[in-house]
Design a protein around this ligand. Structure first.
Ligand SMILES: Cc1cc2nc3c(=O)[nH]c(=O)nc-3n(C[C@H](O)[C@H](O)[C@H](O)COP(=O)(O)OP(=O)(O)OC[C@H]3O[C@@H](n4cnc5c(N)ncnc54)[C@H](O)[C@@H]3O)c2cc1C
Length: 410
């Protein structure tokens, strides 16, 4: 079957692109080898950053510039004012809180945060503060950065494009036929359920498979040595906790970033990232849990953690390689032959990546509407489970920490 484009990988990047190219009239399919968003999107904190994080040193950095229009783009999609329509995506919060620790550098961070950003922190009075921030040092600010639930976001787009998202077995059921390195002639799929086959002839092949891009590029005859992984070790806290979404700043660092969502049984779960998740890469689960418990007690004196249960998960950020191995300033796109490889770098940048890739695509060459009935019987992927809903997620009270298996990299 002839196609305009074939997308590999159904995280934030692939799904946003699928929406964009389908709306532009392309005959496009998305192939997913595990569950949608497994890897980074489902593990992310879902913050629609507006650049604050990247201007804490007091300067408007390139990263902050690249990101500052994005909260409006997402807000309009979440309201259904623009495409993709994300009105079924659940908001964890309409804003983040910012507070600081008792250091001079931290106060400078709050000032630096105001430079040149569209989404700026506004100081709130003490009676507007959430109870969880009682007793914290200095001012508290509200930052109009929304926080989404990644699971509902993935589900929202998966439901809208169910007819063109297919499950594949990337090990046993995927074969590339190449004209030359980077020139894909055809893709042959074997159904993971009944062994039936499908031969696809896409004009363009797009890899938005996060950490899976390296292997896919090899299969397309291209170098895999263009990707980097930056690990994080995140902490989960569950129990009688208040809802809280925000960052505790310490100079140019985010000492902790906390996002909250209730689990399927209605219990509050905090995802704790920021500096502690970077530090945690070198720690085992027990040491990291103890470190984070101390940090939270220090930066949130009013929160009672005595009944909390703890867990951790390790996950890699997968990005295009940079010279020094640091975070790329924005999206990364590589083109060779009829293959495009893309990494959004941040969830919030998925619309920018979709715009960049779709604007390079030639106009659709098949003018008739895309008839997806030939794929009606093909298996569909599920949406990945949130880290705290995974069967492998173990919980403990401080003092009884099991060994946690490493999460599969995307
Ligand atoms: C802990 C953490 C917190 C984060 N928090 C934020 C945040 O708050 N805000 C923000 O803007 N960004 C955040 N990020 C970054 C953000 O999550 C990522 O930049 C973004 O989700 C990447 O999306 P993606 O679609 O490129 O990759 P992924 O989400 O990793 O999706 C890749 C998909 O490709 C599939 N795949 C892999 N191999 C193949 C194959 N061979 N064939 C087909 N499919 C394949 C995978 O199963 C997966 O579904 C965070 C990242 C992490 C790790």
């Amino acid at each position: 079957m002839r196609l305009d484009a074939l997308i590999f990988g159904g995280g934030a990047a692939g799904l946003w692109l699928l929406d964009r190219m389908s709306r532009d009239g392309h005959h496009v399919l998305l192939l997913e080898s595990h569950s949608l968003g497994s890897g980074q999107t489902i593990a992310s904190q879902g913050i629609i950053h507006g650049g604050l994080k990247y201007s804490l040193a007091g300067m408007l950095t390139k990263s902050a510039k690249n990101i500052r229009e994005l909260p409006t783009v997402w807000r309009d999609s979440l309201l259904g004012k623009t495409t993709p329509n994300l009105t079924r995506t659940q908001l964890r919060s309409d804003c983040c809180y910012l507070w600081q620790t008792d250091t001079l550098a931290s106060r400078a961070g709050m000032i630096g945060a105001r430079i040149g950003l569209k989404v700026k922190p506004e100081t709130i009075s003490s009676d507007e503060r959430p109870e969880s921030l009682d007793g914290v040092y200095g001012t508290v600010a509200r930052l109009p950065e929304q926080v989404i639930s990644p699971h509902s976001f993935l589900q929202d787009l998966a439901t809208q494009y169910d007819d063109r998202i297919l499950q594949i077995d990337a090990q046993q059921g995927l074969e590339f036929q190449l004209d030359s390195p980077g020139e894909v002639k055809a893709i042959r799929l074997i159904s993971p359920t009944d062994g039936s086959t499908l031969e696809l002839h896409p004009r363009q092949v797009i890899f938005t498979a996060g950490g899976g891009n390296a292997r896919l590029r090899q299969q397309a005859g291209l170098s895999a040595d263009v990707m980097q992984r930056r690990p994080l070790h995140m902490v989960l806290v569950r129990g009688p906790l208040p809802e809280l979404n925000g960052h505790c700043l310490d100079g140019a660092r985010t000492r902790v970033t906390i996002t909250s969502e209730r689990d399927q049984l209605g219990r509050m779960v905090w995802q704790v990232g920021g500096q502690v998740a970077e530090d945690g890469v070198k720690m085992d689960a027990r040491s990291l849990t103890e470190h984070v418990r101390r940090e939270l007690s220090s930066v949130l004196p009013a929160v009672d953690l005595r009944q909390a249960e703890w867990s951790t998960y390790a996950v890699d950020r997968a990005e295009g390689a940079t010279v020094n191995g640091g975070r790329p300033e924005s999206i990364q796109v590589l083109c060779a032959g009829n293959v495009t490889t893309g990494w959004p770098t941040k969830l919030v940048l998925a619309p920018v990546l979709a715009e960049e890739i779709s604007s390079r695509a030639t106009s659709p060459y098949l003018s008739a509407p895309f008839d997806t009935t030939p794929f009606a019987e093909w298996p569909r992927p599920a949406v990945a489970a949130l880290p705290w809903e995974e069967a492998s997620c173990h919980w403990w009270n401080v003092g009884s920490v099991p060994v946690i298996p490493r999460r599969r990299a995307a």
